[in-house]
Design a protein around this ligand. Structure first.
Ligand code: PLP
Length: 393
């Protein structure tokens, strides 16, 4: 067999999908498995959104669309983002992409030359590191510290900037930590990006899943960000639309054109009828979204109180997303061993913190995008496993 291109060795994989397939294999063998590994809402896409896709299919909206998405959707996104961020985004600055992932890939592809440094606060969603490596960039991790509730320090980020730095990638609310950036953190990031002439990619896909009445702070609301920030968001999480593969980037015009050019070469355009559904998602009623977020918040409370009762585990209360990131350092085993053993011995599938980079060592990631009944039973199994195996804690 002829060899692969050398760049293939730098492309990573997402552990959630690997753990999911291992868990499915155990289920095939007849084992009962509790799934806390995958970051996918357990809710169905709201009916009125599905109906808009069905209507557009019936009307024959089944051809290619412009590469950056249909105008109607770009306009709806521009209006919504302008309102939530208090800025003036035009539809020309919006690129509708095949999932937020495509926007992240295209932005890194557009910005990073071989040898350029990309600062990534970590632990982080694995695609940032994988794509940076793939395009020949060099990842410069900045530790998100538990004692700061996983909020980054602007000073730490500024200190990590060198003459080779090209991009800072941030994610708020953050997968896997459930932490959120404060406005002053974002201001510090924009300040250093302006001083050192850097791009910022801000992944805000969990922007609507925030708790305790908090307000999501967006990079776009920070003065000076508009000429150097790509804000990425999408429909997967807020609207329970992971399978529709629809996200978007908001960027300066030239950057939006570059992202479009990459998407044009890879997928031509996002799916036509999914885009019509997305217009309905943005412009239609939001009661179901509010109901889902309330439910995530109740689950967050349940996970927090039950995990905190397990000897050797402690966690920061997540303020957004549907992830908990408990500290399991007291167990004295690598996170990957704990995650493997919990799957095999307790039937609970979750992710080791190291699925989000080496700085995730000592943590586990629990997705609470699943019912309270499943969460309670799964955490009870974790508790029993810890008490049996670590009786002296
Ligand atoms: N960004 C983050 C932080 C995520 O957690 C995910 C999905 O898990 C994505 C992006 C990808 O989203 P999409 O389904 O829109 O590609």
């Amino acid at each position: 067999m002829p060899g692969f291109a050398s760049r293939m060795s730098s492309l990573g994989v997402e552990s959630a999908f690997i753990v999911l397939s291992r868990a499915k294999e155990l289920e095939r063998q007849g084992r009962k498995i509790f799934h806390l590994e995958i970051g996918q809402p357990d809710f169905d896409t709201p009916e009125h959104i599905k109906q808009a896709a069905i209507d557009s299919l019936r009307e024959g909206f089944t051809g290619y669309t412009p590469s950056n998405g249909i105008y109607e959707l770009r306009e709806a996104i521009a209006e919504a983002v302008s309102e939530t961020r208090g800025v003036n985004v035009s539809p020309d600055q919006v690129v509708v992409t095949v999932g937020a992932k495509m926007a992240i890939f295209a932005a890194l592809m557009a910005f990073v030359n071989p040898g350029d440094e990309v600062i990534i606060p970590m632990p982080a969603y694995p695609a940032y590191e994988s794509v940076t490596n793939f395009v020949g960039g060099v990842v410069k991790p900045v530790e998100l510290k538990e004692e700061r509730e996983f909020s980054p320090s602007g000073e730490d980020i500024a200190r990590a900037v060198t003459d080779r730095t090209k991009v800072i990638v941030i994610n708020t609310p953050c997968n896997p930590t459930g932490g959120m950036y404060k406005r002053r953190d974002l201001e510090a990031i924009v300040e250093v990006a302006r001083e050192r002439d850097l791009w910022i990619i801000s992944d805000e896909i969990y922007e609507d899943i925030v708790f305790d009445g908090r307000k999501h702070e967006s990079i776009l609301s920070i003065p000076g960000a508009e000429e150097r920030a790509v804000m990425v968001s999408g429909f997967s999480k807020t609207f329970a639309m992971t399978g529709w593969r629809l996200g978007y980037a908001i960027a300066p015009r030239e950057v939006a054109d570059a992202i479009t050019k990459i998407q044009l070469n890879v997928t031509s355009c996002p799916v036509s009828f999914a885009q019509k559904a997305a217009v309905e998602a943005i412009r239609g009623p939001k009661d179901e979204i509010r109901r889902m977020v309330r439910e995530y918040e109740e689950r967050r409370d349940l996970v927090y109180s039950e995990i905190s009762r397990i000897p050797g585990m402690k966690m920061v209360k997540p303020v957004g997303t549907f992830y908990a990131f408990p500290n399991v350092k007291a167990l004295g085993l690598p996170s990957s061993t704990i995650a493997d053993r919990l799957l095999n011995e307790a039937g609970v599938a979750l992710l080791p913190g190291t699925a989000f980079g080496q700085l995730g060592e000592g943590y586990l990631r629990i997705s609470f995008a699943t019912s309270k009944e499943i969460l309670s039973e799964a955490i009870e199994r974790i508790r029993r496993w810890v008490e049996e195996n670590f009786p002296n804690l």
